[in-house]
Design a protein around this ligand. Structure first.
Ligand code: PGA
Length: 256
């Protein structure tokens, strides 16, 4: 069975490399005793090297990657360059990129294909914008299907899907709140079905499905327990090393 996965998505934080290094060191200390859990730190691009030189327990992630290797892609950072920096996971199609920067399903698909084909694990973010009490929006399956067009079945074992309902992300509104465990479980089944329909059930079971949106130390146990999630994508709370450390330790306890 795959280990549970907790990913720190620092977004465009902190403001300077020195502070990124301090935060990475504090997180390293806070997660040092957690066993049987995979922890990834995804800092902004300019801080990747500084963070890489500090982390030992955590793995390195990034928040985006371009699908080409090298060439005339002004302003982009390619999977190839990230691979040289030992980036192991790349967040793809985060709702902030879809909404603020117009990242389309087609762009997401090109990134997913390039990353999987070159041995880097994509963390595909999917999620609906509007809150509903029970049903999972068809947007979730649509985003999964669009992202996986042309992806070879044998590469799926390296894929992570993050279910991140946009309304649950802490920075989208002051009243954002974590989703219920019941809806998380439904989202998991929805994502598995979308993958199983394109491939088969066994392939769908190999994909790790994690949750993101207002994850905190007090809700991580339910996310993994009753929510049946394989881990979490943590935004705001990953900027507080104590809080993030508590999330990782609690996830490790539930999983073991
Ligand atoms: P949050 O962000 O944990 O601050 O809600 C999650 C994310 O956007 O990845």
């Amino acid at each position: 069975m795959n280990k549970k996965l907790i990913i720190a998505n620092w977004k465009a934080n902190p403001d300077a490399p020195g502070r990124a290094a301090v935060l990475a060191s504090k997180i390293e200390q806070a997660i040092a005793t957690a066993r049987n859990i995979e922890v990834v730190i995804a800092p902004p691009f300019p801080f990747l090297t500084a963070v890489a030189s500090i982390i030992r327990h955590a793995k390195l992630g990034s928040q985006n990657a371009f699908w080409g290797d090298t060439g005339p892609f002004t302003g982009e950072v390619s999977w190839h360059q990230l691979k040289h920096l030992k980036v192991r996971y790349v967040i793809v199609g985060h709702s902030e990129r879809r909404l603020l920067l117009g990242e389309t399903d087609e762009m997401v698909n090109r990134k997913i294909r390039a990353l999987l084909e070159h041995g880097i694990a994509p963390v595909l973010c999917v999620g609906e914008r509007e809150h509903t009490d029970t049903d999972i929006s068809p947007v979730v399956s649509q985003q999964v299907r669009a992202a996986l067009i042309g992806v070879k079945k044998e590469l799926l074992k390296n894929l992570v899907v993050a279910y991140e309902p946009v309304w649950a992300i802490s920075t989208t509104s002051l009243i954002a709140r974590v989703d219920t465990s019941e809806r998380m479980f439904r989202a998991r089944l929805t994502i598995e079905k979308a993958i199983a329909d394109m491939y088969d059930h066994a392939a769908a079971k190999k994909v790790r499905i994690i949750y993101g949106g207002s994850v905190r130390q007090e809700n991580i146990a339910a996310i993994i327990g009753e929510g049946h999630m394989d881990g979490a994508l943590v935004g705001e709370a990953s900027l507080d090393a104590q809080e993030f450390g508590a999330i990782v330790r609690s996830a490790a306890e539930v999983a073991n």
